[in-house]
Each structure stands twice: as C-alpha cells, then as structure tokens.
Design a protein around this ligand. Sequence first.
Ligand SMILES: Cc1cc2nc3c(=O)[nH]c(=O)nc-3n(C[C@H](O)[C@H](O)[C@H](O)COP(=O)(O)O)c2cc1C
Length: 372
Amino acid sequence: MFFDYADSGAWTEGTYKANEADFAAIKLRQRVLVDMTNRSLQSTMIGETVSMPVALAPTGLTGMQHADGEILAAQAAEAFGVPFTLSTMSICSIEDVAAHTTKPFWFQLYVMKDRTFVASLISRAKAAGCSALVLTLDLQILGQRHKDIRNGLSAPPKFTPKHVWQVATRPFWAWEMTQTKRHSFGNIVGHAKGVGDLSSLSSWTAEQFDPRLSWSDVAWIKEQWGGKLILKGIMDPEDARRAADTGADAIIVSNHGGRQLDGAPSSISVLPEIVQAVGDSIEVHLDGGIRSGQDVMKALCLGAKGTYIGRPFLYGLGAYGKRGVTMALDIIRKELDITMALCGKRDIREAGPDLLHHRLPVVEAEPARPSQ
Ligand SMILES: Cc1cc2nc3c(=O)[nH]c(=O)nc-3n(C[C@H](O)[C@H](O)[C@H](O)COP(=O)(O)O)c2cc1C
C-alpha cells in the first residue's frame, strides 16, 4: 500500500510516465580531448551551498516507507550536503526532525483553511531553524490516484484482512514499525484543533485544504515567514511571471510528480519556456521524473539552478533506510559527475544549453518505387 502510494500517479498516469520519458528524448553533446581533472559538482540553491544541485523533495507519509523515515532521510541528506524538505504531511514532526539533525532543513507548507493553524506551522518551522519555506501551490484538492483508492490507504494501516496480510508479509517493515512511536501525522495530530486521533484526521484533511488559496495569500505567508520562500508547482509561464512578482526566492517547475493534473505536460518539457519567461528575476528549480544524474544534467542545461528527487530517495529509503537514501544520492552523484566530464565540463555551474545536442529530426526514407 505504501509502495503503491509512492509508485503511482493520478488517473491514467500519463503525466507521471511523461515526466520520465521526456528526459530520455533529450540528447547530450559528446566532447573529447578536454582536461577532465579536478571536477566539481558543488553549486548553490537559494544561496545555500549544496554538494550537488539535487535536493530531497517533500513527500508525505515518508515515515511509513520505513520507520522514522523523515529523520533518516534528513540525516542522509545532511551528511551528503544536500537540502532535505520536510512535508507538512510527514510522520515525524518538525521538532522531531530538528532534534535529530544538526543543520537547517527546509519545510514544505500546505495551506489549510484554519489560518491560525497555518500561522502556527510557520512559527514552528521558524523555531526549528528551517532555512526555507516551500509553499506547495498545486494540491488544494487531491488528484485521484486509483491505487490508493483500491488499497484503502491510511496511516497507520487499517486492520482489514487485506491490510493484515500486507503487514504480515513484510516482517522487517513491520518489526521496525513496532520499534517506533511515530505512526501518525506528527505535524498535525495534537496540534490542529479537533485532531486528537486518526479517525478525525482523514475528514479533517479533506475539509481543511483551502481551495480558495490565491496570490494574495502568498503575500500573507511570505510576511508571516519572513525568510527564504520557494513556490512549488509552477507549470505555466504566466504563473511563473506572477510568482516572480511576489518576490519569492525560487520557483519549482513541478506537476507534483504526475500525482495531480494527469494530462499536464512533463515538467522538463515546459522548463525552457518558463526559464525564458522569468529570465533572471527568480531562481528556477525543477522536479519530476529525475531518475539519474543524466536527468539532473539535462535539467541544469535547460536552465534549472537546482533539482529535486522524490521517488528515487523513497525507493532507497524503503529498501535500506538511511543507507538507501545515501545510495540513491551517491548513484546520482556518480552519474552526474561522469556525464559532466564526458560533455567536456569540470564545473557543474557551467552546464548550459551548449551541452545539449540538437539532433535533426530523423526523416524516414521513402521506400524505393519499383521500376516500370
Ligand atoms: C509519495 C509521494 C508523496 C508526496 N508528498 C508531497 C507532499 O506532501 N508535498 C508536496 O509538496 N509534494 C509531495 N510530493 C511531490 C514531490 O514533492 C515531488 O514534486 C515529486 O515527487 C517529484 O517527482 P519524482 O518523484 O518523479 O522525483 C509527493 C510525491 C510522492 C512520490
């Protein structure tokens, strides 16, 4: 059930699949006989130094992929030197993650109708020393994900025979879950009014996400927060220009990993027009479909200053916990490093459109006509 939650998209999953497939269509320019020594992947995202421009995307229910998942992922990211973004819908709370890490992480905010609760989430993120607020704009109503409906997804799992069977056939997962107290939405239960247990939480979530969220709310949130602000979920040049006008520090070109509007284009395919629309007025980041260091390279070449991975780190976490997240990051780092070198560059900050190969479209040869 939790694997399906990660490994799926909305409705036909067309956008989810396109996110990955469209990266494959982009070709790199192979260069030779350039000095490849002393390479560096170090860069910056919103002014913070990163060991490579790849952050961990906010993902809900991460503590259900592996016991204490958010804490483990945050620790792996910290050791690796890349940002970790904690979701509002995390299992481990903001305070809990802060208590188990030594460097600031980023906090992702969903906006609820109860603005007192939103203000309190922002204050808690500030108190925990979070260095950026990532405001998600594309999930005021939930995209329909068929697998979750079929599975009856809930945290913790319900005790129907199907769920009991799923737990019983994952003994390692189940054993580790018995070793932690973190089984519920840590940022919400016990903090939001009227949410003391899980039975009231599902109805609370459906009722509480605010469908009226607008650009004026962004100004209010920016003022409440007072720090670095990243707007997540931009897929349109017009929205990108409006986002830049808010004075935010960055936008994330994202379709929520294909989990919201199925039928939207892949995020990588709209990146060039968005970069062109905003110019240097705001930093542009991208997520969706990044599965390798090569994909990171392609996004950077098309104008992204930073990227995020969602599922790749979740797969690692589910398989091997903290070590799995480090492995996922390490695989991407190696791929990015070798790709950069074979494209003839030594510094990732030099990635640009000149590293992409603009192939002529392949014209099918007409079959020869039989001679009369
Ligand atoms: C299991 C899962 C849960 C997610 N939960 C959130 C969330 O709570 N908040 C949010 O802003 N985005 C959420 N996202 C979207 C990610 O932040 C990100 O946009 C997406 O995963 C990027 O695509 P990728 O998984 O192909 O890398 C979630 C994605 C997944 C796969």
